[in-house]
Design a protein around this ligand. Structure first.
Ligand code: ADP
Ligand code: ADP
Length: 230
């Protein structure tokens, strides 16, 4: 099973007025099938933490390890492979390519890979039917609703069977009903793939759909105990 280990991770930025400390010795340990929300006020460092997990940013100190590999110590080629293979990202804005069809968008992360294209296309079709878009394969993103676009983004995030499925406000642009459908879909697919699902959000409605919740505040990450107000 996948293991994620975050150990004493700190992040600081240098600014004109001195050192800005964003994260202070954050610890987190998760394994495949775990699904957590990370909440916290705007500016508390949620995106910074998620970006470090996804290999888009590096800690100032401390260690992030996924299955005994450390993205911060990788060379460029290995890091590109880590971002493409080990991590699936779903953002607030779907980041789909407007000129490509739904099916082509889902296949984009496989273009750098070595698998046979017939096989990956059948995986993409299967994922698209699991997110309810089997009859939208040839549509362009502009022909879809906001919720449907996020479904495409989820299928694309899963196409390379990532160990980590990371969501940065994945339902931020959706109405409440669509947001809860997308949250359920993320949970269901992460569980089926035994991925670790980490969703960053300031929405307590979204956070409450996840089995475990953490609060990031003043540089510290603390688990919110079940039953306490989110
Ligand atoms: P990002 O880190 O992805 O740039 P932010 O979390 O800073 O995004 O904010 C995304 C949007 O959500 C912004 O419009 C911001 O004003 C709003 N927002 C952030 N935190 C809260 C909150 N606690 N309550 C309401 N709106 C929030
Ligand atoms: P959140 O996602 O919780 O809204 P972020 O992780 O986006 O928070 O940002 C945390 C803090 O780090 C913010 O105060 C932001 O202004 C600061 N920050 C983010 N990136 C940089 C950077 N490259 N240089 C300086 N400060 C940054």
């Amino acid at each position: 099973t996948t293991r994620l280990l975050v150990e004493r991770v700190s992040k600081t930025y240098q600014s004109a007025t001195g050192t800005l400390s964003i994260l202070e010795e954050v610890d987190l340990s998760l394994s495949g099938g775990d699904a957590v929300a990370i909440m916290g006020p705007s500016g508390s460092g949620k995106s910074t933490l998620l970006n470090m997990l996804g290999g888009l940013d590096t800690p100032t100190s401390g260690v992030i390890r996924v299955n005994d590999v450390e993205p911060a110590s990788m060379g460029a080629a290995e890091l590109a492979r880590y971002r493409n293979r080990t991590v699936g990202f779903v953002f607030q804005d779907h980041h789909l390519l407007p000129q490509c069809s739904v099916l082509e968008n889902v296949l984009i992360p496989t273009l750098a890979g070595e698998g046979s294209s017939a096989q990956t296309e059948s995986v993409a079709r299967d994922l698209l039917s699991r997110v309810g878009l089997a009859n939208r394969l040839g549509h362009r993103p502009s022909q879809l609703s906001g919720g449907e676009r996020q479904r495409v983004a989820i299928a694309r995030a899963l196409i390379n069977r990532p160990a980590l499925l990371l969501g940065d406000e994945p339902t931020g642009n959706l109405d409440a009903q669509t947001a809860s459908e997308i949250a359920d879909l993320l949970l269901e697919l992460a569980e089926q793939h035994q991925a670790i699902l980490i969703v960053v959000t300031h929405s307590s409605e979204l956070a409450e759909r996840l089995p475990r919740r953490f609060m990031l505040n003043a540089g510290r990450l603390d688990e919110v105990q079940a039953g306490s107000p989110a």
